[in-house]
Design a protein around this ligand. Structure first.
Ligand SMILES: [Zn+2]
Length: 165
């Protein structure tokens, strides 16, 4: 993987959005159609984050653009959480992390690196030391990992092969 700086990542994400405001989570929720999904259900899609804070960072995205967890039907939240749990299993089988974080973050307003659209982060950790603290993991301050050509596709295939039935 290639580590780029926060500023480079923000510039790249903004360029990819074509300068027009759009919800990247809505784009990802349609990823199944482009063959990128690790797993998809009627309610949610799991996909590798293209701006990863750790190798194997998975995003689980609600299909519908909904912005508040407390306004979701329970079945939507449970569908997201089910996929996140499945992702932890697949990541454990393929990458053997020492621990895995699951977090629902997001912002009130849309930014280049954060979106109000409800989603969960599944982040495998490999260090076991201070760099695994949440404040060190859930930030772009230390840079962002981008996959080299073909790398994300290969990891996607590995995770699909070990995804729980
Ligand atoms: Zn959206």
């Amino acid at each position: 993987m290639l580590r780029i700086t926060k500023d480079e990542a923000l510039a790249r994400a903004t360029e990819e959005a074509g300068g027009a405001p759009r919800c990247e989570m809505c784009v990802l929720a349609g990823a199944g159609a482009r063959g990128l999904a690790l797993r998809e259900t009627a309610n949610a899609v799991a996909v590798l984050s293209r701006y990863a804070v750790r190798r194997g960072h998975v995003l689980v995205v609600l299909r519908d653009h909904r912005e508040a967890i407390d306004e979701l039907p329970a079945e939507d939240w449970l569908a997201l959480s089910r996929l996140a749990w499945e992702a932890t299993r697949a990541l454990a089988a393929v990458l053997s992390p020492v621990r895995t974080y699951v977090a629902a973050l997001g912002t009130v307003t849309q930014r280049a690196n954060s979106f109000p659209h409800v989603h969960q982060h599944v982040v495998p950790l490999f260090d076991g030391g201070t760099s695994d603290r949440p404040a060190e993991v859930f930030t772009w301050q230390g840079g962002v990992l981008c996959y080299e050509p073909g790398e994300a596709e290969a990891l996607t295939a590995q995770l699909r092969a070990r995804w729980p039935a």
